[in-house]
Design a protein around this ligand. Structure first.
Ligand code: FES
Length: 84
């Protein structure tokens, strides 16, 4: 399985988050203390939290990350046609 970098600012991957969850990280706040994920620009916060929650819930973290990627790169809207 490919590794996805969740937090670019602190170079934290989905595997880092999964490992922390497996090793007993009890909350997202604790995850932030350990890995600093989401503590700089904050852009990764939702993805990091979803990945952490999915891992703690026993669901594949890759599924959460894949959903996040799909949302980030989905077309926002069709371009408006120029008025003639
Ligand atoms: S991308 Fe994670 S804090 Fe900026």
């Amino acid at each position: 399985m490919a590794v996805m970098i969740v937090c670019i600012c602190h170079r934290v991957s989905d595997r880092d988050i999964a490992r922390a969850a497996r090793q007993g990280c009890a909350s997202f706040d604790e995850l932030q203390e350990q890995l600093r994920v989401g503590t700089a620009c904050g852009a990764c916060g939702d993805c990091a939290r979803d990945t952490f929650d999915a891992e703690r819930g026993g669901t594949s973290c890759a599924a959460a990350a894949g959903t996040w990627i799909a949302m980030q790169f989905a077309p926002k809207s069709a371009p408006q046609a120029a008025a003639a």
